[in-house]
Design a protein around this ligand. Structure first.
Ligand code: AMP
Length: 307
C-alpha cells in the first residue's frame, strides 16, 4: 500500500439543478478526491486551504475517515473558496455562475513532513502553481496524476502546461481536452496532449463513460446508467479519487492495472451523483462498492461470437 498525497480545493459549493437548490454545502476537488480514495484503506493526506468560516465538523469528517488533514491550512480571517454552478436539464452540462478564490489566492501549500515520501500524488483541480509547488515538495514520487478544468486554461494556461509537463497521467473531461488540444476528435486530442508530457490520458465523458489512452492503446469504461442523477458535482473528482486510490492500494501503474482503476473510478463516481453534494460519499460501504463492481462487469462483458 502506498501513501497518497491529494491537493485540491476544499470548498463551499452552491448548486442549482432541476432537482433543487443548495446553499453553501461542503464541496471542492480535494474533498471529493479524499472521500473517494479513502475507500481503499490507504494512507492519504489532503493539502489545501480553508478560511475561518469553514466548520470544524467537516475537518472532523475527514479525520474520522483516516484522511490526514495536517496539510489543510486554516486562515482565520480569510474566506473559503466558493463555487456556484447550475446544471442544465440533461444534467450533463453546467454553467459556472460564480468562482471566488478567496484564501486560495495567496496559498502556498505545505506537504506534511511525513508525506513527502509519498509514491503517488493526485494533483486535483486548483491553481497550477500550487500543483507545481506540491510536486516540488515530494522526494521521489513514482506516479503524478493531474486533473484540471477550463477555469485554469482560461486564466493560467502557460503555468498549467508547465504542470502538465511534469505528470505521468492527466485526467480531464471531454470539453476540456478539446479546449486544451484544439482538436475535436478525442483520439487526436489525446495524441496532442501526450506530446505535452503525460504518458497516460484519461478523458472523462460524464454519463458517457471514460476513455484511457496510452501510446497506441485505448480502453473504454462506461458510466453506470442510473435511473436518477441528482447532482453530478464532484463526479470527475470522485473518479480521480477512485482511480488513484486503487492505484495507491495496488502499487501497480501498468496500463493493464490502470484499466481496472478506471472502472473503480467510474464505480465511485456513479455513487457520488446519487445525492446532493458529498452526502452519498459520506455514507458508502465497501459492500456497496463491491456489489456495484459486479454490475459493471455484467454491463460490459459479452460472450458473443464477434468473428
Ligand atoms: P467536478 O464536478 O468533478 O468537476 O468538480 C466540482 C468541484 O470542483 C466543486 O466541488 C467545486 O468546489 C470545485 N471547483 C469548481 N471550480 C473550481 C476551480 N476553478 N478550481 C478548483 N476547484 C473548483
Amino acid at each position: 500500500m502506498q501513501k497518497l498525497v491529494i491537493v485540491g480545493t476544499v470548498a463551499f459549493d452552491a448548486i442549482e439543478s432541476p432537482f433543487g437548490k443548495t446553499d453553501k454545502i461542503l464541496g471542492g476537488a480535494g474533498t471529493y478526491i479524499g472521500l473517494a480514495a479513502q475507500n481503499f484503506g490507504i494512507d492519504s493526506a489532503i493539502v489545501s486551504v480553508v478560511g475561518g468560516d469553514f466548520p470544524q465538523k467537516y475537518l472532523e469528517e475527514f479525520k474520522k475517515r483516516n484522511i490526514n488533514i495536517d496539510g489543510i491550512e486554516q486562515v482565520p480571517d480569510g474566506k473559503t473558496f466558493f463555487w456556484k454552478g447550475r446544471y442544465h436539464e440533461d444534467m450533463n452540462s453546467r454553467d459556472t455562475l460564480d468562482t471566488q478564490l478567496n484564501v486560495l489566492e495567496n496559498f502556498t501549500p505545505k506537504v506534511p513532513e511525513n508525506y513527502r515520501d509519498a509514491e503517488i500524488a493526485m494533483l486535483g483541480n486548483l491553481d497550477p502553481q500550487v500543483q507545481i509547488d506540491v510536486v516540488n515538495q515530494l522526494d521521489n514520487p513514482k506516479l503524478l496524476v493531474l486533473d484540471t478544468m477550463n477555469f485554469w486554461m482560461d486564466s493560467a494556461l502557460e503555468k498549467l502546461k508547465e504542470a502538465i509537463s511534469k505528470v505521468k497521467v492527466l485526467t480531464i473531461n471531454d470539453e476540456e481536452a478539446r479546449q486544451l488540444s484544439g482538436e475535436y476528435s478525442l483520439v487526436r486530442a489525446a495524441r496532442k496532449i501526450e506530446k505535452m508530457g503525460p504518458e497516460f490520458i484519461v478523458i472523462k465523458k460524464g454519463e458517457h463513460g471514460a476513455l484511457l489512452f496510452h501510446k497506441d492503446q485505448m480502453f473504454f469504461a462506461p458510466a453506470l446508467p442510473l435511473e436518477e442523477v441528482f447532482d453530478p458535482t464532484g463526479a470527475g473528482d470522485t473518479f480521480a479519487g477512485g482511480f488513484t486510490g486503487y492505484l495507491a492500494k495496488t502499487g501497480d501503474y501498468s496500463f493493464k492495472n490502470m484499466k481496472k482503476a478506471v472502472i473503480y473510478g467510474s464505480n465511485l463516481a456513479s455513487f457520488c451523483v446519487e445525492k446532493f453534494g458529498t452526502e452519498r460519499m459520506m455514507n458508502l460501504s465497501e459492500k456497496e462498492i463491491n456489489e456495484r463492481m459486479k454490475t459493471f462487469k455484467k454491463l460490459t462483458q459479452f460472450n458473443l461470437d464477434l468473428t
